[in-house]
Design a protein around this ligand. Sequence first.
Ligand SMILES: C[S@@+](CC[C@H](N)C(=O)[O-])C[C@H]1O[C@@H](n2cnc3c(N)ncnc32)[C@H](O)[C@@H]1O
Length: 225
Amino acid sequence: MPVSNLANKPGAVTAAARADRAAPIEGRAASGRPSNPVSDAAAFLRGFLARPMEVASVVPSSRFLEQQVVRAADLSRAACVVELGPGTGGSTRALLRAMKPQARLLAIELNPGFCDRLQGLVRDPRLTVQAGSANALSGHLAQWQLPAPDVVVSGIPFSTIPTETAQRIAAEIAACLAPGGRFVAYQFRPQVAQYLRPHLGEPDTRAEWRNLPPMTVFRWVKPGR
Ligand SMILES: C[S@@+](CC[C@H](N)C(=O)[O-])C[C@H]1O[C@@H](n2cnc3c(N)ncnc32)[C@H](O)[C@@H]1O
């Protein structure tokens, strides 16, 4: 579907709406206003104070964590990527910088304030920002007529969201991923493994200490290719 048509989907906030006006972006990083770490941090803190259990961190991910997540995701050949919980967009920009020019990124964010901010700041025709919950992942993919994702990246705090929601999100991720696809989650606590283990088995893990708080990057590969 042409990107300009995607802008007409109901109930969504989308940077893709601007794609028909944007020049092709082959070989360059995500467009939009340059990121401002201070205003990102302030917006993130406000988001945390308003919805602490959903945001679960007082500052956005560090560049070190973003780089580690991008490496684990191995985006060089991915055609369809999903980000769950993009927040203020630092991780989104990092993913876009590593993605192919023709790839698509669907970013699903529960917090409407973060969605609006992301839409205003990250203008890249590869990006679609969807307001809503990751627990409806398959529905969002169908709504945007996207194929099974090669990569799903998640910053959603599995340890503080309700158990039923976490179980549903884990099942959706495992069911939606393409065979051979990767699920990468960065977490302060280990609960994500307990939710994904029944579906995708044991993860590879790596610690990233250069983040506040220190994080573990979990990575699963869906069998089948
Ligand atoms: C720890 S923050 C990560 C933000 C950003 N990716 C980063 O690395 O700085 C977690 C994010 O997940 C979002 N979130 C929490 N539950 C969610 C859900 N069920 N569906 C979508 N997003 C969710 C929060 O609103 C928040 O933006």
